[in-house]
Design a protein. Structure first.
Length: 116
């Protein structure tokens, strides 16, 4: 049982206690939050899937390099650790490999939510 968190919005049927995801419209979106848009924003320990790699104009070679080390569309990724302080570099697991990436490099990798 949980609170649906929309009380006071003037929408019929909201602001109530729900007992199951089926009681909430669009429960799939609530049950599985969207992944951040890019790898640098992904929370530690959360899996996502590579959607695309878009290198910045000042470093176009990053796209090929990231592709060569395994950041290809459809590949599962996870941030396993972040440097302290500032969170740079990120330790990233892609497929069966682990790499350290700078946040600027990780920002080139667009993500979509991982399916369970």
């Amino acid at each position: 049982m949980s609170w649906d968190g929309t009380a006071g919005l003037g929408i019929p049927g909201v602001g109530r206690i729900v007992t199951a995801a089926a009681d909430v419209p669009h429960a799939e979106a609530i049950a599985r939050p969207a992944a951040p848009a890019t790898l640098d924003a992904l929370a530690t320990g959360v899996a996502a899937v590579v959607q695309a790699v878009a290198a910045p104009a000042q470093a176009p070679e990053w796209a090929q390099w990231l592709d060569e080390i395994g950041f290809i569309p459809g590949e599962r990724v996870m941030v396993t650790a972040r440097g302290v302080p500032g969170g740079d570099p990120l330790v990233v697991r892609v497929g069966n490999s682990t790499f350290a990436l700078r946040r600027a490099e990780a920002a080139c990798i667009r993500l979509e939510p991982a399916t369970p």
